[in-house]
Each structure stands twice: as structure tokens, then as C-alpha cells.
Design a protein around this ligand. Structure first.
Ligand code: ADP
Ligand code: MN
Length: 266
């Protein structure tokens, strides 16, 4: 690889050593040239030091664990990297989340796909920022370059990601259904998301919420829409239904969907 991949690397770093480390970090991960280059630049800038295996491989994106070694020698910091896939057509399905976006209607081709994917990553980055500023627990967004998003890792010190709400085991205190408190917590989050962030998640379910120590973390907000979006309220109803269905299955005595809708929007 040419030296210019590291043109913005920090001074004083041994470039060869750096290159080795970067190559090792990305070698085993099957990635296209562009993605590799973006990661190598991030490594040279010290945003991450090592990229590990996939935490999740999805239809539209893969999420990888990563570690950043601070220059001052303090403890390594875990990070998560979400890399959107560019070579697929599943994004057609997502068109309904974008308003007034006619730039990509010319048909599917490599360049259009890349632009579209870049937009999703950008959207996720912006939405995460909003959630984070509003104090909603979520991964703090750290860095975005094209279709590669670096964020705070939600997991323990050993590198295990927190479980999705779907897979979480809740401590049983014996008296009340343990799922009731997270249910109430989630209603508050949905309300805050709507009223403070101006957003509807639009894919909210037990799959896009992580759980640790009684706390819910909202993830996967690339498809979230502003509440001015023509279909925002439709998406909100869908979110409410998914959430209600899940907690009803856990035996929670849930409120009626209509009441929740009013609570969130009123
Ligand atoms: P997808 O579009 O593939 O559904 P998600 O954003 O939902 O992508 O992430 C997929 C999975 O990756 C999540 O279910 C979660 O297990 C894991 N994950 C995502 N973001 C993080 C993070 N910041 N920290 C730890 N794990 C994460
Ligand atoms: Mn998801």
C-alpha cells in the first residue's frame, strides 16, 4: 500500500509498524478496497487500533468490535464499527423512509448504491447524535466516514456486547413482573425520542434495544424519521404495536396502544 494512506497519521508513529498493524487488523475481514482504506486511515489517525471479528452480520450492515489504545498508555477502550453494505438492493425497501429524495431514482447501479448507503450511515450518525444529546441511552457516535460509522461499544470489559432485550435475562425480584420496569422505561424513551429528538424510531423492537443492569439502550436508528415525515405517525403506531406485543408476551399488563400513542404525542 502507498504511503499516502497515512498522510494524516500522527507524527512520531513508526509507519511500517503501523502499516503491519493495520494490515493485520483488516486482513481476515473480507472487505472491499474502499472499506479497507477507510479503516486503515482510521487506524492511522488513532480512532481505532484494532478491528476484531463481527459482532453481528446483518442484511444491510455488519457490526465489528474494535479497540482503541490511547497514546498515553491508559487502558484500551472498546469501540463498535458499523459498516453498511454497498453491494445490495435491499435498500429499495428503505425508500419509504426517505422523503423528497429523488436523486437515486435513476435506477440501481454501483455508484447510486454507494451514495444511498452513505446516506443511511449519515442518517444513523445524525440520529444517534440527537438521541445522545437528549440523554437517551444509546451508543455515542464517534466518527463517520462514508459508510463506516464508529461508535461507543455497549458491552462489558471483556468485549461481550450487551444482550438484545430479546435475549436478556432479567433478575426476578419475586414480587412484580421484572419486565414491567423496563416497559415503563421504554415508554419514557419513546416519548423523549418523539418530543425532544423529534424522531420516530421506525424499527423499534426487542431486537434494536440492548439491555444491561436495568437500563435500555436504543440502537439502529438509520431508518428513524422526523415526526414531520408523512408516514411518521404510521411508523410510530407500528413501533408501539411491536413494543406492546413483546411485553405482553412477557406477561406485562400493558396499556392500550391508543393510550400510549396519546401519551407520546399529546
Ligand atoms: P442491523 O441493521 O444489522 O440490525 P444494528 O445496529 O441493529 O444493525 O446492530 C446489529 C447488532 O450489533 C445489534 O443487535 C447488537 O447486538 C450489535 N451492536 C450494534 N451496535 C452496537 C454497539 N454500539 N455496541 C455493541 N453491540 C452493538
Ligand atoms: Mn437492528
Amino acid at each position: 500500500m502507498e504511503g499516502n494512506a497515512f498522510e494524516d497519521g500522527c507524527g512520531g508513529h513508526d509507519k511500517d509498524n503501523h502499516k503491519d498493524k493495520a494490515d493485520r487488523a483488516t486482513n481476515e475481514l473480507v472487505m472491499d478496497q474502499r472499506t479497507r482504506m477507510i479503516l486503515l486511515k482510521m487506524i492511522s489517525r488513532g480512532i481505532v487500533s484494532e478491528v476484531h471479528g463481527a459482532i453481528s452480520t446483518g442484511k444491510e450492515a455488519n457490526v465489528y468490535g474494535a479497540v482503541m489504545d490511547p497514546l498515553d498508555g491508559s487502558r484500551p477502550i472498546q469501540r463498535a464499527i458499523k459498516i453498511y453494505k454497498t453491494a445490495i438492493l435491499v435498500f429499495k425497501d428503505r425508500e419509504k423512509y426517505v422523503t423528497g429524495e429523488h436523486r437515486f431514482k435513476r435506477g440501481a447501479n454501483k455508484k447510486n448504491n454507494r451514495e444511498m448507503v452513505k446516506q443511511w450511515a449519515e442518517k444513523e450518525f445524525r440520529n444517534l447524535k440527537r438521541l445522545h444529546s437528549a440523554g437517551i441511552a444509546c451508543p455515542e457516535p464517534l466518527e463517520l466516514k462514508s459508510h463506516v460509522l464508529v461508535m461507543e461499544f455497549l458491552g462489558d470489559k471483556r468485549g461481550y456486547a450487551y444482550p438484545r432485550l430479546r435475549d436478556a435475562t432479567l433478575p426476578d425480584e419475586g414480587t412484580e413482573n421484572p419486565w414491567r420496569a423496563p416497559y415503563i422505561q421504554l415508554l419514557g424513551i419513546m416519548r423523549c425520542l418523539f418530543r425532544v429528538c423529534n424522531l420516530v424510531h421506525a424499527d423499534l423492537s426487542e431486537y434494536n434495544i440492548l439491555y444491561n443492569k436495568s437500563k435500555l439502550y436504543i440502537i439502529d436508528v438509520s431508518q428513524s424519521v422526523e415526526h414531520e415525515h408523512p408516514r411518521a405517525l404510521e411508523f410510530l403506531r407500528m413501533d408501539i404495536k411491536n413494543v406492546g406485543d413483546f411485553f405482553r408476551r412477557q406477561g406485562v399488563d400493558t396499556l392500550q396502544d391508543r393510550a400510549i400513542y396519546d401519551f407520546i404525542t399529546a
